[in-house]
Design a protein around this ligand. Structure first.
Ligand code: ZN
Length: 268
């Protein structure tokens, strides 16, 4: 009896993440409870979206962030936009790379706008891009020796949640924060839904899509990259960091003015 009990619990632990049945397209996957407080903060940051499902998907993903992080980024002035290029929407001048079908999301740090293409809108991408805004709103912790060291270590030893994290410390932070916020039990349903809806495939086949996301959850970040895990936890728990000066999100006119007045604008 005892052996059976402990064997059962062992099996239960070892098979997560899992999904009983594939998650059909259109369904919601809970990353964290969507409290009314979080939902109104997130919706206030969405400046445009083509439909309610897109708004819901942004809310679903960002609810995984602690309330303090949402408040900080909202106060920093970051705004979120979802475009439907398939329906002929124009690409905004401040997010020029977004129309590329392989671009999963973009953040213009100077215009302080996060952008997504509706057909690539996944929680993985939303969590990742928002982490860039959080980084900026906290005075770029990704530039500190701690984060740069963790990036160098992870990138050179392959101990990162996804290859893209090797790019630079800022991408390493965004990837690690995003993985941290995906609960283990949500990973498989999110991958299955992404495949069912053909979102964020960027030319990948099914096996490559699984492989790309295989470590993209909380427990796997902890196992694959303990240092990154520790840094993300500290970052999300740190409410002592003073707020940096707000950078209100620009519109196209403001961005065009900015381009004229600055010889080399930076967009990422
Ligand atoms: Zn990024």
């Amino acid at each position: 009896m005892r052996i059976q009990d402990s064997f059962a619990s062992l099996v239960q632990r070892s098979v997560t993440p899992r999904a009983a049945v594939p998650v059909p397209s259109g369904d919601t996957v809970e990353l964290a409870p969507v409290t009314p407080e979080k939902e109104s903060l997130i919706r206030a940051m969405i400046r445009k979206a083509p439909d309610e499902l897109s708004r819901e998907r942004v809310v679903e993903a960002l609810a995984a962030y602690p309330l303090e992080a949402l408040e900080r980024v909202q106060a920093y002035g970051t705004r979120i936009e979802v475009y439907d290029f398939a329906s002929g929407e124009a690409v905004p001048s401040y997010l020029p790379t977004l129309s590329n079908p392989d671009t999963l999301g973009a953040y213009n740090t100077k215009a302080n706008v996060l952008g997504f293409n509706r057909s690539n809108l996944t929680p993985f991408a939303v969590l990742h891009e928002f982490a860039h805004a959080l980084d900026m709103s906290m005075g770029e912790p990704s530039r500190t020796p701690e984060w740069r060291g963790a990036h160098a270590l992870g990138a050179n030893t392959n101990q990162v949640v996804r290859d893209y994290a090797k790019q630079d410390p800022s991408e390493y932070l965004a990837e690690s924060v995003a993985a941290y916020l995906v609960p283990d039990q949500a990973l498989v349903p999110l991958i299955e839904r992404g495949l069912a809806e053909e979102r964020g495939l960027g030319g990948l086949d099914e096996r490559q899509y699984w492989q790309m996301h295989q470590n993209f959850c909380h427990g796997r970040l902890e196992r694959v990259d303990g240092e990154g895990y520790r840094l993300v936890r500290e970052l999300l728990e740190d409410d002592e960091v003073p707020a940096v000066a707000p950078l209100p999100a620009m519109n196209e006119d403001q961005w065009n003015q900015f381009l004229l007045s600055s010889p080399r604008p930076a967009a990422s």
